[in-house]
Design a protein around this ligand. Structure first.
Ligand code: SF4
Length: 268
């Protein structure tokens, strides 16, 4: 866990016993309001702490190491917020190792998150395994180049980081991947088999919102450091970053990234 995330864990007052808070409100409506206020408090603190932390990282140094730290830091802040929310909402997730339906959905991630995933792979994979990853990235990038966002979402293209239905960079995966979840496997299967009309996935909203809060904190923290905080398409961005050794330096120098690697969500 990064230095900043550890400091945040010890200073946050989010971990007070939730029962005590709710116990003060005997009427259901008041209890619901207290829960909603508390959740908003968790999300706001996660957002603000993430924003301040990222800005501090790049104030200390503008380097590849700082970029990796910022990506790792986003994962840590999400896990912190998530741990806090899980204690209260106790979600019973259907997600388990080897279930990879959602790893066929396009993912949006910031540049530091993608650099963190690539550097994790570089540091922990054998040369042959890393080479296979770069080949998968090249093939996937080529496959998506000509597709519009809607067609891309319907194609069920496997994420190049997927190996044997498991995430090969699980410890360094982007916040979007950490936050996405389902309470039932059947809708995920249906969405995979019928991507043209996916059913609603049952989720715990605050768990998803925590991802949004941390990602937005990260975007604004990067903006505070005068860096391009827009999200990239994970496939296109990872291939670009893995194949261009100067890409991170240019980004650190304030150059915006190429239009074609930016994430465009499907829909109107
Ligand atoms: S990075 Fe990992 S968790 Fe995210 S879509 Fe790819 S394989 Fe799945």
């Amino acid at each position: 866990m990064s230095r900043d995330a550890q400091a945040a864990l010890s200073s946050w007052s989010l971990r007070r016993p939730f029962d005590r808070l709710m116990g003060r409100h005997s009427r259901e409506k008041k209890a619901r309001k207290a829960l909603s206020d508390w959740t908003r408090d968790v999300l706001t603190r996660a957002h603000d702490a993430q924003r301040a932390s990222v800005a501090q990282i790049f104030q200390r140094s503008q380097s590849l190491e700082a970029t990796v730290e910022a990506g790792m830091n986003a994962g840590d802040f999400y896990e912190l917020a998530r741990q806090t929310l899980d204690e209260v909402f106790k979600p019973k997730l259907a997600c388990k190792r080897g279930c990879s339906f959602c790893c066929h959905i396009p993912v949006a991630a910031s540049l530091p998150e993608i650099v963190n995933a690539l550097m994790f792979a570089r540091a922990t994979f054998s040369a042959q395994r890393y080479h296979s990853l770069t080949e998968r990235l090249a093939r996937a990038d080529e496959a998506v180049q000509a597709l519009g966002p809607e067609e891309r979402a319907r194609r069920n293209l496997a994420c190049p980081f997927l190996e044997n239905d498991q995430c090969s960079v699980y410890e360094a995966r982007p916040v979007a991947c950490r936050a996405w979840h389902s309470l039932e496997v059947e809708p995920c299967k249906q969405a995979y088999e019928h991507p043209e009309s996916p059913p609603e996935t049952p989720t715990v909203a605050p768990v998803l919102y925590a991802g949004d809060a941390v990602r937005e904190g990260l975007r604004l923290g990067l903006q505070d450091a005068f860096l391009d905080g827009q999200r990239l398409d994970l496939v296109r961005g990872a291939h670009w970053l893995a194949s261009d050794p100067e890409a991170v330096d240019r980004w650190l120098a304030g150059v915006e990234f190429p239009e074609e690697v930016r994430f465009t969500p499907p829909g109107p």
